[in-house]
Design a binder for this molecule. Structure first.
Ligand SMILES: NC(=O)c1ccc[n+]([C@@H]2O[C@H](COP(=O)([O-])OP(=O)(O)OC[C@H]3O[C@@H](n4cnc5c(N)ncnc54)[C@H](O)[C@@H]3O)[C@@H](O)[C@H]2O)c1
Length: 303
């Protein structure tokens, strides 16, 4: 079975590609290396260095693939606020291009959306029936990707599975760019003996999801061909505060230095999913406890 992964040189993509290869799949990576890294690409995978805006290359790459996992995206909320058109181009038009190529080949199409689509809807825990109120161009572009994926399933019978990712963490996540996520940034700072900064009192909570769980869900989605064109929230109702994260990090880095800064405008205080649907669709997926996954991640970064 041949699987093409857009964004396969990025954080989630690298973890997924390694696992797909281990399970004996033929893997093609389609990535323009805008945030992904060439050194992450295993030699056993085919690599096409191109953008999803290049439709010729994309159609050619996808035409013999059974499955397309579409992870390629221009990430980061602040970056989308600075340059909404570039975000729209890659995340909306690019997603349309991937769907159109998948339609041509009849591939099983798996899409990665984001919990940011809930935006100003503050109701907790989140579930899939709630109203979406995107606050940023990034969230709007992911919402458009969800809508297009649903439309392709309904209009053309394309086999589609759509997930909304929450805060994913784990090995291969980059700590070193301007828009890095909080966990890799903190771990890297601790390893270098640098001070950690928290905006607010640290009581804000996140539904952190280990990348190994995300990979297991996608593998199961591929092997059992579990179709669900309406988005499925991929998070398990974790309710971890940033201060709790610090407590675990403190065990590894006893001299940890933390500076509390005023809260940032627009930061969401709490994020939590109701995992009823993901558990019903994927009852066999077992998960590590957050403490165990964070420890694995810290060990990976140390090594
Ligand atoms: N990591 C999270 O917590 C999280 C949360 C919600 C949603 N998501 C979504 O999951 C997906 C994977 O996220 P990630 O954390 O691995 O991000 P990442 O930035 O590490 O990976 C994205 C990959 O896409 C590639 N890419 C960007 N623009 C491209 C283009 N025009 N053509 C081809 N490739 C392109 C990048 O080079 C990179 O390798 C993204 O769609 C992201 O929006 C991630």
């Amino acid at each position: 079975m041949k699987v093409l992964v857009t964004g396969g040189a990025g954080f989630v993509g690298t973890n997924l590609v390694l696992s797909l290869l281990e399970h004996g799949y033929d893997v093609k990576i389609f990535d323009d290396l805008s945030t992904g890294l060439k050194q992450n690409i295993p030699k056993d995978a085919d690599f096409i260095n191109a953008s999803i805006l290049d439709t010729n290359n994309l159609n050619n790459a996808i035409k013999d693939c059974d499955v397309v996992v579409h992870l390629g995206a221009r990430g980061s909320v602040p970056r989308s606020i600075r340059d909404p058109i570039a975000t729209h181009d890659v995340n909306s038009t690019g997603t349309l291009n991937v769907l159109e190529a998948a339609r041509g080949s009849g591939s099983h199409y798996i899409f990665s959306s984001s919990s940011s689509v809930y935006g100003s809807n503050m109701t907790l825990p989140k579930n899939e029936d709630m109203v979406l109120r995107p606050l940023t161009p990034y969230a709007a572009s992911k919402m458009s990707g969800e809508a297009l994926s649903l439309a392709y399933a309904k209009s053309y019978g394309l086999p589609v599975s759509t997930f909304r990712f929450f805060n994913i963490f784990g090995p291969w996540q980059r700590p070193d760019h301007e828009y890095a996520a909080v966990l890799p940034k903190w771990i890297s700072k601790c390893i270098n003996g640098d001070e950690i900064e928290i905006f607010g009192d640290g009581l804000q909570t996140r539904d952190f999801t280990y990348v190994g769980t995300v990979v297991n869900i996608i593998l199961s989605c591929i092997s059992k061909k579990i179709l669900h064109p309406e988005p499925v929230n991929l998070a398990y109702g974790n309710n971890i505060s940033l201060n709790q994260v610090l407590e675990i990090m403190n065990i590894n880095f006893p001299t940890l230095n933390v500076k509390y800064l005023p809260p940032r405008k627009g930061d969401v205080l709490h994020s939590k999913n109701d995992p009823k649907l993901i558990k019903a669709l994927y009852p066999d997926i077992t998960r590590d406890k957050f403490e165990v996954s964070l420890q694995k991640t810290i060990d990976w970064f140390k090594n």
